[in-house]
Write a protein that binds this ligand. Structure first.
Ligand SMILES: C[S@@+](CC[C@H](N)C(=O)[O-])C[C@H]1O[C@@H](n2cnc3c(N)ncnc32)[C@H](O)[C@@H]1O
Length: 253
């Protein structure tokens, strides 16, 4: 993508409730599995985007949350919502790069990464972020995962190009165990979590951009790329989904 196309990509994504599939139920369930958290856990939400899940998290805990992202417009959007909802004492938003998070070891009770760990890579993220967790701390991350084998050629090609490291559930469980964590639970996000706050509003924006930029082939290329991803999910949703993995840091052996 050239700079103009990157800008359009962000414009398409700007202002929709989530930047990836998600719902309220999944983090609620995930949080309930973290049984022995302190009364005021310290949480980091990595790749928070516009922060709907950050605000959901705030409603589930008496702890404090540091939300980090490297895209300034999302940070500004989330800061505004925090002020509007009177949550400034509970949530701090920081511009930071998930590849080099500058916090002392054992700072957090919980690492949260909804739809964002793929950016650093599932295995890499689990390993690089582990020192930030206190002993026995939890990490909850949703990761795109194959649910069924024998996907069509077009679907395999799409994900092989977009995210070649994509695994099935046993593959990810193996990675988790090899990275120094115990698996507490995992569950598959329902289809509604893809549509309600993500693909539906995204598709509405695509229609507007398509009409507005009918003659601009560079922009239409971006619109078609995003539309292709949505169409593939509509066609093949039984083959893949985001899976929420809840894992706990193991004592070093
Ligand atoms: C797919 S979105 C998920 C956002 C949010 N967690 C949600 O579920 O709506 C991924 C987020 O990661 C952010 N991101 C991308 N690269 C990053 C990096 N190197 N460091 C921090 N955040 C990054 C993007 O700006 C985006 O907000």
């Amino acid at each position: 993508m050239n700079n103009k196309q990157k800008d359009i990509f962000f414009q398409i994504h700007q202002g929709i409730p989530r930047e990836g599939p998600g719902d309220f139920e999944s983090p609620k369930n995930a949080f309930l599995k973290m049984v022995d958290l302190p009364p005021h856990p310290k949480i980091i939400d990595i790749g928070c985007g516009p922060g709907l899940q950050t605000l959901d998290l705030a409603s589930l805990t008496n702890g404090t949350i540091i939300a980090v992202d490297n895209h300034l417009l999302y940070i500004q959007e989330l800061k505004q919502k925090i002020i509007q909802q009177g949550l400034s004492a509970q949530i701090e938003v920081i511009e930071a790069d998930m590849f080099c998070l500058d916090f002392p070891d054992a700072t957090f009770d919980v690492i949260w990464a909804e739809g964002s760990i793929y950016i650093i890579g599932f295995e890499n993220g689990l390993k690089q972020w582990q020192p930030l967790l206190k002993q026995g701390g939890y990490l909850a991350a949703s990761e795109i995962t194959w649910l069924k084998p024998n996907a069509s050629k077009e679907l395999q090609e799409f994900w092989h190009t977009g995210y070649p490291a994509m695994q099935d559930i046993p593959g990810n469980c193996q990675i988790i165990q090899n990275s120094g964590y115990k698996i507490i639970d995992y569950y598959i996000l329902p289809e509604s979590a893809w549509w309600n706050h993500y693909y539906q509003p995204l598709e509405e924006k695509l229609q507007i951009f398509q009409k507005h930029y009918q003659a601009d082939l560079e922009i239409l290329e971006v619109v078609n790329m995003v539309q292709q991803e949505i169409d593939l999910y509509r066609k093949y949703s039984e083959y893949y989904s985001y899976v929420f993995y809840i894992v706990q840091k193991q004592a070093a052996s």
